[in-house]
Design a protein around this ligand. Structure first.
Ligand code: SF4
Length: 444
């Protein structure tokens, strides 16, 4: 038996296919490959950089689906099903919208795929795939099996190893798909299993892809203590409340942390209150001055994430947010339009107020383009929001901004390693930011 795993692309640019030069290894597919018995052949195709060979013989296709890749995933599914190959879809989007996903595949996996993967394979072997496999969001139980990273060979991913300590987040931001998926719960793996996984791979630079690495602070400290002897360097995603715990920060730095992706989201407290972004609320009025100072004093680099389009946002407030990001010399900043993800409270509220655009299904709509507003903002038109976000990206990523942010001896120029990371990844992310703007979803 042969199983084909697929990581779909988002879509295409107007006149060409989009190749994601900042692509990272699709960890979930490596985990599934690791959980597949050795008598089953596994291949993986990454639609972000290669043409999918639909005519290669295979017995089952499994596609990991996010909301942004749903349209493309359904196209890929159609191609295989036309050839008589059964397709199963898994991931966050099929879990949040199982009815929609079911219409586009032979079977779907609801919730974390590890729990039902062996049952899926058994059923596929016997040619009696069920239409739905259901498990519960939980700590990835890898059953003592490491991800099979050989499936990444030859695909020229960024040279850093993705790893996961935990999943989910206990905060309840109303727009967050993670919060909707995990219902404000958080799970983490045994620390010894994570250490074993790190020791089994060669790289010294790792990315913990947790939704919030410090969601459970005592467990995060336990992890950091065990990372210290490994001599690795790592980055992750974490909430700003990490700045309130000195011991946590000290352990982080000692264990090799270089910095984090941090969701600042907004400088306006009222915006944060209205979307229940509780980890940030106390500090927005003061422009996060103390928290940023704490991170900088420890030399931690910051990849800042902002969401724009809240009910109190204006063209001027978006410009002020851009100034703030440049002035604080963030390594990188993402200026994301606030998106109504399906099944979130934010989506439901906009639907109730009749403010959703693109028939409420922007992820499938043929006219929707990446980084376009998908709802009617309160104080801007959708076009004004789209344009203000693009201006923020353009300004933050201008050459003068890139140079001025590099010249920061506390973070980006602290030492050769930090400067190397800044100079390797920041121009790359800058390039990808412009390449992706306005991209269509799907290839057709
Ligand atoms: S803190 Fe981040 S991961 Fe947690 S619910 Fe809010 S947006 Fe989601």
């Amino acid at each position: 038996m042969k199983v084909t795993l697929i990581r779909p692309n988002i879509g295409r640019r107007e006149h060409s296919l989009y190749v994601d030069e900042g692509r990272m290894e699709p960890l979930m597919l490596g985990i599934l490959a690791g959980l597949t018995p050795p008598d089953i052949e596994v291949v993986m195709h990454d639609d972000r950089m290669e043409i999918i060979p639909y005519d290669d013989p295979t017995d089952l296709v499994a596609i990991t689906v996010e909301t942004y890749t749903a349209r493309r995933s359904y196209e890929i599914s159609r191609e295989y099903r036309k050839r008589g190959v059964p397709v199963i879809l898994g991931g966050m989007h099929p879990t949040l919208l199982p009815d929609e996903a079911s219409l586009n595949a032979d079977a779907i996996m609801i919730s974390d795929a590890e729990m039902c993967w062996s049952e899926v394979l058994d059923d596929a072997r016997q040619g009696r795939l069920k239409s739905v496999y259901r498990s519960h969001p939980a700590c990835p139980p890898q059953f003592n099996r490491l991800p099979d990273r050989t499936i990444y060979n030859g695909k020229r991913y960024l040279p850093l190893t993705l790893i996961q300590f935990g999943r989910g987040c206990t905060f309840g931001c109303s727009y967050c798909a993670v919060s909707a998926y995990f219902e404000q719960t958080h799970w983490s793996r045994p620390v010894r299993e994570v250490v074993r996984e790190i020791e089994a791979q060669d790289r010294k630079l790792l990315f913990f892809v947790d939704d919030n690495l410090i969601a459970d602070i005592p467990r995060a400290k336990e992890l950091f203590r065990e990372l210290i002897p490994l001599g690795i360097r790592w980055v992750s995603q974490a909430s700003l409340d990490m700045t309130t715990d000195r011991e946590l920060l000290d352990l982080m730095v000692k264990s090799g942390c270089l910095g984090h992706v941090i969701g600042f989201e907004s400088l306006n407290t009222q915006n944060l209150i209205e979307v229940n972004k509780s980890p940030n609320m106390a500090w927005a009025n003061d422009s996060y001055k103390e928290q940023i100072g704490i991170l900088r004093d420890r030399g931690l680099q910051t990849w800042a994430a902002f969401t724009l389009g809240y009910d109190h946002d204006t063209v001027e407030s978006i410009e002020a947010t851009t100034e703030f990001a440049i002035a604080n010399k963030f390594c990188f900043a993402a200026f994301n339009i606030l998106m109504p993800y399906p099944h979130t409270r934010f989506y439901a509220e906009l639907a109730r107020q009749n403010r959703l655009l693109y028939d409420g299904r922007w992820w499938l709509h043929p006219e929707y383009r990446l980084n376009y507003a998908a709802f009617q903002p309160a104080l801007l038109t959708p076009d004004e929001l789209t344009e203000a976000c693009f201006r923020a990206r353009s300004r933050f990523n201008s050459i003068p901004s890139l140079v001025s942010r590099a010249l920061d001896f506390k973070t980006n120029m602290r030492n050769l390693l930090r400067f190397g990371i800044y100079m390797t990844y920041t121009p790359l992310f800058r390039k990808e930011t412009f390449k992706k703007q306005g991209m269509r979803f799907g290839y057709r």
